[in-house]
Write a protein that binds this ligand. Sequence first.
Ligand SMILES: [Zn+2]
Length: 321
Amino acid sequence: MSPRYVVGLDMGGTNIRCAAVSIDGEVLLLLKSSSNSGGPAHAVADNLATQIQRLEDAARKKGLGVPRAICAAVPGPLNVFTGTVMAAPHVAAWHTYPLKTHLEEKLGRSVVVENDANAWALGEFWRGAARGLKDVVLLTLGTGVGGGLIVGGKIVHGRSGMAGELGHVTVEPRGMPCDCGALGCLEAYASSSGMHRLVANRIRGTIPARYLDSEGNFSVRGLTMAARSRDRIALSTFATAGRYLGIAIAGFINIFNPELVVLGGGVAGALSFMRESMMKEVKSQAFSAVTAETRIVRAALGPIGGVVGAAYAALNPPRPH
Ligand SMILES: [Zn+2]
């Protein structure tokens, strides 16, 4: 019997999701665990291998047999062809770390390594909002801003597999500082960490409890609730984020002529508060003939997008050209 499933693993800053996914993209089994991303380089990688082995055991017990292929999606930038992670924002120990080689030694078989944002984009392309389309720009607006580009039905990897860092296009020269070290990146405005800074700049004092979660951390969900009750600071912060999102999207529309722009991640939950300022920029900055063919929608898969896309990458491994 030929293997009926593939392993898709999605590593975030806090959690790992590891799934058995059928060869047509159905999640059959999903395990969640902690990333433990603060440890030494090999220990963080060993934990990924352990989660894959746990999943394979559970899948075997369910009668699913052995996997056809395996992909681990991790934060980048990384060279997807060699599987070397250059620097990962949440894994301090991974600097030019040969993750693919290490996982393959541990598991004794071939492993595909993909960028987490690309995997999420591939999930939406395969089974989500962009299903059946060929030219799509995908942005995930979370703690940071990740992205993926699908052109002619294929994800764009670039020369060394690091293309698609859409969150780090400049939208305001000499603007707000970004975690990447540059100034005025899209991520500095349209991510939860960027919005935290925007709110702090507007308040210039202690951040009010209504913008915080139960543990006292800044929360986009809290800001969204405040916007619903017409809170001025919340509304103006989303308007600013929407404006810069619109500037970036207008550029992507002019460059790629996509049929769809997909927005995912927690910040996209507040799209209704960003849409007006976003569309104003899109309409004024992008060619109207191109914009007329582009729809801007929210992602469809939610938190399983990454494991579904990792499974797609396992079945369609990145190839250098
Ligand atoms: Zn940046």
